[in-house]
Write a protein that binds this ligand. Structure first.
Ligand SMILES: CC(C)(COP(=O)(O)OP(=O)(O)OC[C@H]1O[C@@H](n2cnc3c(N)ncnc32)[C@H](O)[C@@H]1OP(=O)(O)O)[C@@H](O)C(=O)NCCC(=O)NCCS
Length: 199
């Protein structure tokens, strides 16, 4: 595999594009300061837009690197910035990486993250040449579990009481993954699902 970086991607409803520092206020307002969104994440609500701006300045710099796969999610119809999706730890020798995503509450439950992740998987397997994409989520994070399931990530294991939420409780982490051949096999079987993100 040869790194291709954060190429601009499009789906029916979404534009996936590199992050810019200028996105800070909208990202802060739409999800980065929302404790409901960060409940299962490794970071706390930002508290101040200055934190968001500092972070996004760094993300904008990283987005020019070939091994960075990190997209801002924009609703094509309205131009609103609604979420974030990335393939972390993308490694050209291992030919693998790990998905991470989050989105503003106002847009949950419409199949949007499934749509974004399917397109990112298509890019990773069909254009970049990944062999494996992994993901992990708190066992009780049903929304994330469904997104990964719908995108074909198999359950590979359970790390018991592995992660302590920033709010205190320890949770089990479900490990998931999809291999290159599984991606193409799923695509051949479920071709219609790939054009209908609500399924
Ligand atoms: C997880 C998240 C990205 C899902 O995005 P989304 O666009 O709402 O996901 P989709 O609409 O594509 O799919 C969600 C699925 O989970 C289901 N779901 C969501 N919450 C649920 C709950 N509490 N109980 C049962 N099902 C639930 C939805 O019904 C849907 O399933 P379906 O398609 O079978 O009906 C979004 O909720 C989010 O940003 N959460 C906060 C950040 C986060 O937890 N990130 C993941 C860390 S691993």
């Amino acid at each position: 595999m040869e790194h291709k970086g954060t190429k601009i991607l499009e789906t029916e409803r979404l534009l996936l594009r590199p992050w810019r520092e200028a996105d800070a206020q909208e990202a802060f307002d739409n999800w980065m300061n929302d404790p409901e969104v960060t409940r299962y994440l490794t970071w706390a609500p930002h508290g101040s837009v200055n934190v968001t701006r500092f972070l996004l300045r760094e993300w904008e710099r990283q987005s020019r690197e070939a091994d960075c796969y990190h997209w801002a999610m924009v609703l094509r119809k309205t131009g609103e910035l609604i979420g974030d999706i990335s393939i972390m730890h993308a490694d050209a020798y291992q030919e693998s990486g790990t998905v991470g995503y989050c989105m503003g509450r106002a847009w949950w439950g419409r199949g949007l993250m499934t749509e974004a992740f399917r397109e990112v998987l298509r890019y990773c397997f069909e254009e970049v040449g990944f062999e494996r994409v992994t993901g992990g989520h708190a066992a009780e994070n049903i929304g994330s579990s469904r997104v990964m399931e719908k995108c074909g990530l198999r359950r590979e294991g359970l790390r018991r009481a592995h992660f302590r939420l920033l709010t205190g409780p320890r949770v089990d982490i479900v490990d998931r993954g999809i291999l290159r051949e599984e991606y193409f096999a799923d695509k051949a079987i479920n071709r219609e699902n790939y054009s209908n993100p609500t399924k």
